[in-house]
Ligand binder design. Structure first.
Ligand code: FES
Length: 63
């Protein structure tokens, strides 16, 4: 068995949704610009910049 090989089991999955948000599955800690901390099990992060819900997707990318 080789040394220095670390087997990491991913705890979080980030799925890139084509023309949509990033779907993050797994417990994540999100630190907002104002210092507020959110812990979420699953979330969708806006990539289009049109969301009226801060960093979170509100479906506006479909408009
Ligand atoms: S990706 Fe959905 S509102 Fe931006």
């Amino acid at each position: 068995m080789e040394k220095n090989i670390v087997h990491i089991v991913p705890q979080v999955e980030v799925k890139v949704i084509e023309c949509g948000p990033l779907r993050i599955g797994g417990h994540v800690r999100i630190v907002l610009p104002n210092g507020a901390v959110l812990v979420k099990r699953r979330t969708f992060i806006c990539r289009c910049g049109r969301s009226k819900n801060g960093i979170f997707c509100d479906g506006s990318h479909t408009l």
